[in-house]
Write a protein that binds this ligand. Structure first.
Ligand code: DLZ
Length: 156
């Protein structure tokens, strides 16, 4: 776990419905991230039937997928997963910004917590460390999702 990772809370996930939107771009890494998330949610008790996973082409498409999941599946929380790796142009920065602000907008508009699970990396090595290596970013995103789902339920 990285030093700045949120403190692990023990939360029972069995009552929660979770929507997951995962990009396919950088598939080897996003697939691994998705696996980490699903494992952590299962370990916390989230039932398979209460997990709704959709795939989209890239991180740029995550906000609309999160919006559709929030509207159609009525989840307690949505997790958006992607891996952005800096390239030779500013495309990466534009996508990082639009995905971040889009996901926050969906959360506020839909009143559903949306976990920003987009790994933004300077290079492939950094991305691999976070998705395939000893930093379990997926597990951290899942824990944040469980905490926010519990908060939403406690206030509804
Ligand atoms: C085009 C693009 C580029 C250059 N890089 C990434 C990336 O690192 N990670 C990612 O998830 N998606 C990338 N994409 C694809 C865009 O997110 C999007 O799918 C396309 O621009 C189509 O809207």
């Amino acid at each position: 776990m990285s030093l700045d990772a949120p403190q692990l809370l023990s939360i029972d996930g069995s009552p929660f419905t979770v929507g997951i939107a995962a990009a396919r771009f950088n598939a080897r890494l996003t697939d691994a991230l998705l696996e980490q998330v699903v494992k952590q949610l299962h370990d916390a008790g989230v039932k398979k039937k209460n997990l709704h996973v959709v795939r989209v082409p890239g991180s740029n498409e995550l906000p609309v997928a999160a919006q559709l999941l929030a509207a159609r599946r009525k989840p307690d929380v949505v997790i958006a997963l992607g891996v952005l790796i800096r390239g030779g142009t500013i495309h990466y920065e534009l996508i990082a910004e639009s995905a971040t602000s889009g996901l926050q907008r969906v959360a506020l508009d839909a009143k559903v917590p949306v976990i920003n699970g987009v790994v933004v990396a300077e290079n492939l090595k950094q991305a691999e460390e976070r998705c395939l290596g000893k930093i379990n970013r997926g597990g951290e995103f899942a824990n944040s999702a469980l905490e926010m789902a519990a908060l939403k339920k406690s206030l509804s």
